[in-house]
Structures are given as structure tokens and as C-alpha cells.
Design a binder for this molecule. Sequence first.
Ligand code: GLY
Length: 317
Amino acid sequence: APLVNGIVDRFEAVGLRVAGPRRGAAQLEGSKVFAKDFMQRHRIPTARYRSYGDAGAAMEALRCGEYEFPVVVKADGLAAGKGVLICQDLRESLYAIRLVMEERKFGAAGDRVVIEEFLEGEEVSFMVFTDGNRVLSMVPSQDHKAIYDGDKGPNTGGMGAYSVDWILDQEIRHQVMKEIIEATIQGMASDGYPFAGILYAGLMLTSDGPKVLEFNVRFGDPETQVILTRLNSDLLEIFWSIAEGKLNPSEVRWLEDATVCIVMAASGYPGPYEKGMPIRGIEKAASKSHTEVFQAGTSIRENILVSNGGRVLGVTS
Ligand code: GLY
């Protein structure tokens, strides 16, 4: 949200160093319609789609059989990772449109929707550092989105992640860098939105090659927990060189280890959940070698650590 609202522009305006995309470039994540139109214009592989600013028109298209099910309905704007609904049939898709555009479940994010083809395959989160010219890839990771075991239940922001090099073999990684990442950085520059910072491509490895599910303009959560624990360089130096426009490949080195993060969430998430539940045992868990417990939805009340969000802890090893 700060990037989409222009924090980088504000820092630059007063001469402060900052590593991230400006407001215009952050639209890649801030608007699904912007991202899809951009990808179509620059022939970056992604699911077929149409966008609608009117619930009636979207419902009419669904009823008229313009889509094959399942379809994916996406709220246009930021929705804390919850604005993507996979719909198995007409009834579910009409309900999704009603929820997003009429009941305004995600507020102004539902002014417009994208309806797109459902892609099948293995999902991979692929992130890069870029200063707008040079692009350096991070190690790949895989995020686990469904709330329950066995890929069941509604999508969340991510219930866990792991990172290991073989998630993306060299050949596909090369293809992703060329056809997706570099095409995006070049396309954004030529559209007048030079992109610096972290670009995250959520990919589906389909039988027809890798396709973009979504872009984020930041680190992923919980992917960051498994990626940065493999970073064997100083993150501040990387950010500094992005801010200076001088990203240097020798600054970004990775460990070969495999890492995993399990998210502990509040009961009820991604629906309504309780806050303020006391948390104990973090020190004990974190005292194990190669283990860190990252805190997300936590807070301190009267000197006691308590839960304060849906996704509370990221136990990473
Ligand atoms: N884990 C997905 C995200 O950060 O958007």
C-alpha cells in the first residue's frame, strides 16, 4: 500500500534514498487491470482475460457462456491477498461478482474486476532485484496458498513456503528471465514507468510454458522468510545499490540450502478471527539451530506478546 500510494515519489521529492518502484510503476501490483493490459500489450504470457467496471456486464458475459469454468475472478485493487476467487461454475462466479462489486467486500478494490481463464500447473514465486537496468534473480520459492492441508479451502496470503533451487530448472529460469522479467522491465520503461526495486512474478508452470498469474512490487510473504534466510550477502548494500542505480551482481550471493517456513495463523483466518491471544514458546523454538520465528501479526499488550492479525508467526528453518 505505501508503494501504491507513492512513498518512493515522496522520498525522492525530499532527496532521501529509497529502493522501490514509484507510484506509477507500483500499479503493476496496485491494479490487476493495469497489469493484465500491460502484459497483453507487451506479449508477456498470462491467462486470457477481460476486465469490467460494471457488475451487470460481467454477469451478463458469464451467463452468455463467454467463459469456460473454472474461471478466476479478481478484484482490481489491493485486497491483502484475498481478492482472488476461483469459481467452479456459473453460480459461484455470479456470487463472486456480487461479493466484489456489489457488496464491496474489498472496498474500492472492487470498482473493477478481471475475469480470467483458470491456469493449471505448478505455482512458483520468482523475485528479482532491479535498479531499472540490471536485473538479478533471487532463488525461487513456492508459496502454499490454500488455508487447509491438501490444497483445500479458500486462498490466503500464504500459509507457508519453501525455497530450493530445483523448483525452477535452468532452462525454464532462463525463459522466465527473458520472456517475463526482462520483457516487463523493458516494457515498463518504454511505457514511461521505469521500475526499480523488487519485482515478484507469481508464475504458473503450465503445459504451455510459464505464465504470469500476478505481479507484486515487493517481497512476498511468506516467501521472503525462506528466500532471505538463503541470502549470503548484505541486504542493506543491495538496497543501497538499487537506490543509487548501480546494482552489482557480486553483491548478491545465495546459500545452496533448502528452507521452509510454516505460518501459524489465528483460528478463523482468512475469515474473521480473534486478536489478543497470548503467545508463548518463541524463544524455545528459535533456540534450535537454523530456526527463526518471524513475527507478523503480533503486538505487545501489558508486556505480553499477543496475536494481532490473521497470519501471526512464520516459523522458518
Ligand atoms: N505470498 C504471496 C504474496 O506475498 O503476495
